[in-house]
Write a protein that binds this ligand. Structure first.
Ligand code: GDP
Ligand code: ZN
Length: 385
């Protein structure tokens, strides 16, 4: 991740003002707000999302809308990465320190209208606001940059961005205790790809792979062209490889409980897995943060996001008709199927199924495809029939 550089106010500042005009819609009814707030409680929707349904009078709205650039105490904006979100405030890491920043209401409203409230991992530009008494330096967010990959979570029919600008998902499984589940690996790969995130396959506890079962699974993914390597926190195998994979990137760590994610993070940077543990304890106090992500800066460059809610990141539900695109070895074949709209499930003349029969596509990968396809068809959002 590059070091954030101070930046001049750009056109983006003005764009914000234009977009605000779209804010003049009907305020939601109070009863509606109450219901949504209650739903939010149930579904762990972040508090900034709840904020959107609080109706504000037009007057106050207009007042908060205008943030004249001339009034900024500093001409230059800084850029940084949102490392955590606490209701209406963000912690922003600008490379040198972490600054508590407020998000002006109008910016928040605009983002929510566009269905992406500011999330951990977003890159923002902000102005510094030195407090009058010389106390803590705080900031005001001026703009949010367009996102690259994002991890999303779905609750009911709403999609939430849990982490934005994730470069890669480190998909961790273990050679044993628990044994590897290829179907789960495939799910994580599909979710990552659907979110624009590069999957990286990490097979931990390779010290327990006496019969090389896990090594064979790993080889399958390497053959497909994915970065795939074995690690052991016991023997130290592959830890350098993992560190290299993490360096200067923003990574999410995904995988079943018990595969050794915390151990791996502690192996690459002592204390890292522990920090994550503290976040967990915090949530147990009943704070509304069970699915709140936190980015942790790596000493050797980069960020990882590893909180319980992310680890089990709800696998994005994919339109079954799009699924073939996320099975990389199917892609060159789909044009060869007899029917142009072939779903590769029951059709005759299917080039994908023929490749499975010839052993060119691994049957476990095809089974994963069929399972995900059927789940997608069961999902009311994507029901194809
Ligand atoms: P997490 O739930 O994915 O974060 O997994 P943990 O890091 O808590 O590890 C779960 C268990 O696996 C612990 O008892 C670890 O000591 C053990 N473990 C972690 N890495 C390895 C490894 O490379 N080899 C072996 N044999 N055990 C490991
Ligand atoms: Zn087909």
């Amino acid at each position: 991740m590059s070091t954030p550089q101070p930046d001049r106010p750009s056109k983006k500042g003005k764009k914000v003002r234009v977009a605000m005009r779209r804010n003049r819609n009907k305020p939601p009814r109070v009863s509606d707000w109450t219901r949504k707030a209650r739903d939010a409680e149930d579904n762990d929707i972040d508090t900034s999302a709840r904020e959107m349904v609080i109706a504000k009078g037009d007057l106050s709205r207009r007042r908060t809308i205008i943030v004249p650039e001339g009034e900024l105490k500093h001409e230059e904006f800084l850029s940084g990465v949102v490392v955590s979100v606490h209701g209406l405030h963000l912690q922003v890491d600008d490379g040198a320190r972490t600054v508590l920043c407020a998000v002006p209401r109008m910016l928040r409203t605009r983002m929510i209208e566009e269905r992406h409230p500011v999330a951990v991992g977003d890159r923002v530009r902000f102005s510094l606001e030195k407090s009058m008494d010389g106390g803590e330096v705080t900031g005001v967010v001026q703009s949010v940059e367009p996102r690259r990959g994002q991890l999303q979570r779905q609750s009911d029919d709403r999609v939430h961005t849990v982490v934005a600008n994730v470069d890669q998902a480190i998909i961790v499984s273990s050679a044993d205790e628990p044994p590897p589940k290829p179907n789960l690996i495939d799910r994580y790969i599909v979710s990552a790809l659907a979110g624009g995130i590069t999957p990286v396959i990490c097979m931990n506890k390779i010290d327990l792979d006496g019969d090389a079962f896990a090594a064979r699974i790993l080889a399958r993914y390497a053959t497909l062209g994915y970065a795939a390597f074995a690690t052991s926190t016991r023997t130290g195998e592959g830890i350098d490889r993992l560190r290299t994979a993490l360096k200067d990137k923003s990574s999410a760590v995904a995988g079943q409980s018990g595969v050794g994610k915390s151990s791996l993070l502690n192996a690459v940077q002592p204390g890292l897995g522990l920090k994550v543990g503290e976040v967990t304890r915090d949530t147990q106090k009943g704070r509304h943060t069970t699915t709140t992500a936190t980015l942790v800066r790596l000493e050797f460059g980069g960020f990882v996001v590893d909180t319980p809610g992310i680890r089990a990141f709800e696998l994005a539900q994919i339109d079954p008709r799009e699924l073939e695109a996320y099975f990389i070895e199917f892609v060159p074949l789909v044009a060869k199927c007899k029917f142009p709209d072939c779903l590769h499930t029951h059709e005759t003349g299917c080039a994908v199924k023929a490749a499975v029969d010839r052993g060119e596509i691994h049957s476990a990968r095809y089974e994963s495809y069929v399972r995900l396809f059927e789940e997608g068809c069961d999902n009311k959002r994507y029901a194809t029939r």
